[in-house]
Write a protein that binds this ligand. Structure first.
Ligand code: MEV
Length: 425
């Protein structure tokens, strides 16, 4: 394909084989044979599985899976697989967990596996009237919803509650029905979306309005995972460290600019476990940030306090819509192994572990920020990436990285110089 005539209008790409797609893309982008072979190597994800997970597959993206150690959660020792490309994330969790292990580790809980689906109703002259009409149909609504998923009902899940809200919008009043559904061990998107779609025509008929959107809400505030933990002041470096960490939290609580970064750190841990277990990172992330803003101003997802004994108590409470069935959890071989390592029996157990990881991550970030700064620990690990970027291989990576850290400057040009020096010996 000539560079000038490149067109992204490729019909039927999805019908081609992975190799054919790679060749088409290769011609479009000028990939060489080695680059195309690289794409064709799907590693430990069978190419047929990859090809059926999404459309137009041309390869897979390998991200390291690390395992967080020292995690004592509700009295049980856990090893927690985490998929992340960020150098210091796994180490941060291990360190935080080590510092609270002797004090009992993390205690977790969950509000329940309830998801919300929304049905949007518009063109309603009398929204108050419509609202009550919908509420009156609760039993019928329950039957319509439960009929959509008899297996879920058999497993103890299904319709649980109904909420009808009137919201004032730029386009006029809307009547929004919330279906509250116990989705058990499923993340539940498919289950609740099916129910909302089934119910919508009934709502339109009962009220005389028109329904448009029928979709879950990722603000899963009926599915809150909670983790708490007390770090002894002496285990974390004393009262000064504790107070610095509290000041860091107060900053995040008061300031959305800081809260965004504070919560990003929490999500470093949360998303890594969500990804490793084949769950939907975007669903959990949007839920987390929406929940962080629920009081009208975006704020910290964690809360930190000084206990009566002078120790540091941390809590994390956030929506955690994860499942053990559906999505990639049962299809991706790495996700299946990750779940086996976690040895969780329910989606709730998984959600609670993830909350503990998020809290641990936040602890380590606050501690580093309030003491030595984040760069010291981060740079030691980052230096290894820089060494690899400079071309270091095998044992050279560690040697070059150490030399960069010793100089206090982590730069590719310096890494190249160190590597040259090493190789000339
Ligand atoms: C970096 O990925 C995460 C931190 O910025 C989190 C924080 O600032 O709390 C270190």
């Amino acid at each position: 394909m000539d560079g000038k005539n490149r067109s992204s209008r490729i019909s039927g790409l999805h019908k081609k084989s992975i190799r054919e797609r790679i060749e088409l893309v290769g011609a479009f982008a000028g990939l060489d044979a080695a680059e195309m072979d690289h794409l064709a190597n799907t590693g430990n994800l069978d190419e047929h599985v990859a090809d059926h997970l999404i459309e137009n597959v041309i390869g897979t993206m390998n991200i390291p899976v690390g395992v967080a150690t020292n995690m004592l959660i509700d009295g049980k020792d856990r090893l927690v697989p985490m998929a992340t490309e960020e150098s210091s994330v796994v180490a941060a969790v291990c360190n935080a967990a080590r510092q609270c292990y002797d004090n009992g580790g993390f205690i977790t809980s969950m509000s329940g596996p309830l998801m919300i689906a929304q049905v949007q109703l518009v063109d309603i002259a009398d929204p108050q009237h419509a609202r009550i009409k919908i509420l009156e149909r609760r039993d019928e609504i329950k039957a319509i919803c439960d009929e959509c998923d008899p297996i879920l009902v058999k497993l103890g899940g299904g319709f649980r509650d109904l909420e009808v809200r009137i919201i004032a919008t730029r386009g006029g009043d809307m009547v929004i029905t919330h279906l509250i559904v116990d989705t058990r061990d499923a993340m539940g998107a498919n289950a609740v979306n099916t129910m909302a779609e089934k119910l919508a025509p009934y709502i339109a008929a009962w009220t005389g309005g028109r329904t448009y959107l029928r979709i879950l809400s990722n603000l899963a505030d009926r599915r809150l995972a909670r983790a708490r933990c007390v770090w002894k002041a002496e285990a974390i470096g004393g009262a000064e460290v504790r107070d610095g960490m509290l000041a860091a939290y107060h900053f995040a609580e008061a300031d959305p600019y800081r809260a965004a970064t504070h919560n990003k750190g929490i999500m470093n841990g949360v998303s890594a476990v969500v990804l490793a277990t084949g769950n939907d990172t975007r669903a959990v992330e949007s839920g987390a940030h929406a929940y962080g803003a629920r009081l009208g101003r975006y704020s910290s997802l964690t809360h930190w306090e000084r206990t009566a004994e002078g120790d540091l108590a941390g809590i994390l409470e956030m929506p955690m819509a994860v499942g053990l069935i559906g999505g990639a959890t049962k299809l991706h071989p790495t996700a299946k192994v990750a779940l086996k390592i976690l040895s969780v029996q329910s989606a709730e157990e998984l959600a609670r572990i993830i909350a503990a990881v998020g809290l641990a991550q936040n602890f380590s970030a606050l501690k580093a920020l309030a003491t030595t700064g984040i760069q010291k620990g981060h740079m030691a690990l980052h230096a290894q990436n820089i060494a690899m970027m400079a071309g270091a291989l095998g044992d050279e990576i560690e040697i070059v990285a150490r030399a960069l850290v010793a100089q206090g400057k982590v730069r590719v040009d310096l890494a190249e110089a160190e590597l040259a020096k090493l190789r000339s010996k």
